[in-house]
Design a protein around this ligand. Structure first.
Ligand SMILES: C[S@@+](CC[C@H](N)C(=O)[O-])C[C@H]1O[C@@H](n2cnc3c(N)ncnc32)[C@H](O)[C@@H]1O
Length: 206
């Protein structure tokens, strides 16, 4: 199911500032070398993430699910001085690919890539998080949410990607639906599900 009319999607992309040449190159090489380019946040959702970081000015960002590095680099571009991203990726080949692009970017030194299961990485990281982007396997979202919510700063923000699951949430029961219901029923948080690309939910503490 198309969540948004493809002509509207095309229009939205046309009137959004395009991503930087390095990110365009990353996207092309991702499609060629790794496949599954639909996993990338892409130019519109990537720009949206960059805006969220630009507005909220987080010092500590955690990304859960880095793939080839598009979203991490989009966020890194808007970090304030002293801001840092801990990026979690399970797959060593994808992590190596992302690291090559981090090394080429003027913002890459703001990102530390942790290779391995994100829940284990989260346990090793200390302190509070100002901004968390959840974009790994959908079956794990409830566990990631439960791991990060108690550690979210008072004015912190969680962004969860793919919360519309290509529209399947409406009449099927994809794994993300359980996450959406879990968050909606949680009195500890306030959320808004936006129909940006494949659905992005913004969550803060109540
Ligand atoms: C949708 S992709 C991430 C896309 C990326 N955020 C972007 O915008 O370009 C999901 C990634 O999560 C990774 N992943 C899956 N399970 C994971 C886990 N338990 N811990 C860390 N990463 C995981 C996958 O290997 C995959 O690369």
């Amino acid at each position: 199911m198309d969540i948004i009319d493809p002509r509207i999607e095309e229009y939205v992309e046309r009137f959004t500032t395009p991503h930087e040449p390095l990110l365009a190159e990353l996207s092309e090489e991702t499609a060629r070398e790794l496949g599954m380019p639909q996993m990338l946040t892409g130019p519109v959702a990537g720009r949206f993430l960059e805006f969220l970081v630009w507005v909220s000015q987080p010092k500590r960002v955690v990304e859960i699910g880095t793939f080839s590095g598009h979203s991490a680099l989009s966020m890194a571009a808007a970090l304030p001085d002293g801001g840092h991203i801990d990026a979690c990726e399970l797959d060593p080949e994808r992590a190596a690919f992302a690291q090559r692009y981090f090394d080429r970017s003027p913002h890459g030194s703001k990102i530390t890539l942790h290779v391995g299961p994100a829940l284990e990485t989260l346990e090793r990281l200390e302190g509070e998080f100002d901004f968390v982007f959840i974009d790994a396997e959908k079956e794990g979202y409830v566990g990631y949410y439960e791991a990060v919510l108690p550690r979210l700063a008072e004015r912190g923000l969680i962004v969860a990607d793919n919360t519309l699951s290509s529209g399947r949430v409406v009449d099927e029961a994809p794994p993300i639906a359980a996450f959406n219901e879990h968050v909606a029923a949680d009195p500890r948080s306030v959320q808004v599900l936006l129909s940006v690309r494949d659905g992005m939910t913004l969550i803060r503490k109540a």
